[in-house]
Design a binder for this molecule. Sequence first.
Ligand SMILES: [Zn+2]
Length: 338
Amino acid sequence: MRGAVLYGPRDVRFEERDAPRITKSTDAIIKISDTCVCGSDLWPYRGINPVTQPTPMGHEYCGIVEEVGSAVTSIKPGQFVIGSFFASDNTCPNCQIGYQSSCQHAEFVGGAQAPMLRVPLADGTLVVTRDVPSDDLIPSLLALSDVMGTGWFAADATNVKPGSTVAVVGDGAVGLLGVLSAKQMGAERIIAMSRHESRQKLAREFGATDIVTERGDEGVAHIKDLTDGIGADSVLECVGTQQSMTQAIHSTRRGGYLGYVGVPHGVELNGQELFYAHVHLHGGPAPVRRFLPKLIDLVWNGKINPGKVFDLALPLDQVAEGYRAMDERRAIKTLLRP
Ligand SMILES: [Zn+2]
């Protein structure tokens, strides 16, 4: 089969790779329905995370089970499944409290930008949909695999509830879906920080009530202006830079909540500043598995349509263009069809 392999900065190739096989009795092999490029794939693509060897890319997936290992009991060939980027047993103490991305047996799932994928710990990792979905549902179901689950975690981690005032730092797919999540949870006011017209439009469609275009101290000042000088109850940090994190801390009200789901790059926190900020901090790699059953229901029942973040769809063999379009911010998120 042919799949995407990253060789170095801005060098993604679509090339022959070994088809995945069952290597452990708990594995499943799935035939990918659709896959996509993640904002976090851009870190190695841009050379910010060094690429030390040719790396099969992609960690967002959904599809039809092709084959399962001998120890797999609940997942069966022919089922449509969705899983997260961390495989998890869903039984260890960390999984049981809902932190499957910290599973004691967690394994990163990679190589999904391909027609076939091996998923470890299939029983714990994969969630089966009630039926094989129609094609129009697949982008929204795929979005649950990472970006929607991550946006939802950010909103969940920041205690968003009916009537909340929420600010979202970052207008990538996760930030936009953080807006959608906050709306679902009943937030009354949702301030999206974005400078890009197409992203502002989608943010509004997902439920943003206000747009702040400034960054840094000016962005914070604008949020304070909009909130009677006190800041937002819940702030979702969906970027992972020092500037975005500082902006998020300063935008949170005293006693408020900050959820950080952008993978940090060079972020350092000042203890003194944190001490006096009086904010609840909670974040990390989203335990997407915890939210999958609920989010699948919301998509299936037409309550949410997170697949709208895909504003570019390409055949898988044009994966390199999919990366370029996101790198140059011509696309929010690229859907890839095998
Ligand atoms: Zn576990």
